[in-house]
Design a protein around this ligand. Structure first.
Ligand code: BJW
Length: 225
């Protein structure tokens, strides 16, 4: 076995204190998804959306990677085959847990994207006041986040890795959002073994060869070591 693709979701960061989306007290509870996670919502009320992400940014900066992030960081540095770590998460806990090559398919909360000149800038302050782009000066900055209806990042690279994977592992994601939810079927079709690590069974559990249930901070180090 040489090629591994790992997909992570909000569940891997839950034990670092970051809320998931679809739990009862999840992130969408006080914010209807169409208001804060669609381009239409941003066009309608940019200040509301910026405030939502300002709060998320502060939470991320206050959180620490947990044992699951660190175990994946170790695996990446020790694995002598190909390993692609794809996260749907917009936090930077994989990087701070030691991973060097994380692909953020739904963007990053600590990045701002200028729609005028298509540059990206690290953003660890607030975006509320419609700031000017450091590169071109336009007031066209938005959170560098993939909202519903937008194309996730680096899909060609992900589909290529999934098609060549010997093992596909999904960690802490509900399987509710496409295209990520479809990777397991793509991987199976291409002949990979598939493993799900999750707190509870997900929408796509039946697509996996094996599912192990429990908290990521226990399951992931056990699987890696
Ligand atoms: C634990 C744990 C612990 C808890 N330990 N586990 C096909 C069919 C139907 C619809 C579509 C379709 N294709 C596309 C669509 C439309 C849409 C979509 O999927 N809609 C669904 C609602 C059906 N998709 C899109 O619009 C996407 N774009 C797109 O498809 O472009 C066209 C395209 C086509 C073909 C190829 C390529 C492109 C864009 C999706 C963008 C998603 N953006 C968000 C918001 C990001 C910004 C933000 O963070 O605010 O991304 S939505 C939100 O959901 C966020 C997440 O990344 C994503 C996934 O959520 P996740 O991570 O799974 O979290 P939860 O809360 O759902 O689950 C947590 C899990 O953790 C649970 O299972 C718990 O059990 C577990 N857990 N504690 C281990 N301690």
């Amino acid at each position: 076995m040489k090629n591994i693709v790992i997909l992570t979701g909000a569940g891997i960061s839950a034990e670092s204190g970051l809320k998931t989306f679809r739990a009862e007290d999840g992130l969408w509870e006080n914010h209807p998804v169409e208001q804060v996670a669609t381009p239409e919502g941003f066009a309608r009320d940019p200040d509301l959306v910026q405030r939502f992400y300002d709060e998320r940014r502060a939470n991320v900066m206050g959180a620490q990677p947990n044992a699951a992030h660190k175990a994946l960081g170790r695996l990446e540095s020790e694995w002598d085959g190909e390993l692609l770590l794809v996260t749907q998460n917009i936090d930077d806990l994989h990087e701070r847990g030691g991973a060097q090559n994380t692909l953020h398919m739904h963007g990053e909360v600590l990045s701002a994207w200028c729609r005028a000149c298509d540059t990206r800038h690290r953003w660890d302050g607030t975006l509320c006041d419609g700031p000017a782009c450091p590169s071109c000066g336009a007031a066209a900055m938005r959170p560098d986040i993939v909202w519903f209806g937008e194309m996730p990042y680096q899909m060609d690279r992900i589909f290529d890795a999934v098609a060549r994977a010997d093992l596909f592992v999904s960690i802490g994601t509900s399987g509710a959002v496409y295209p990520a939810a479809g990777f397991v079927q793509e991987a199976s079709r291409a002949g990979a073994r598939t493993l799900e690590l999750n707190l509870e069974g997900s929408a796509g559990s039946h697509f996996f060869d094996k599912t192990r249930l429990g908290p990521a901070s226990e399951l992931v180090p056990r699987w890696v070591d």
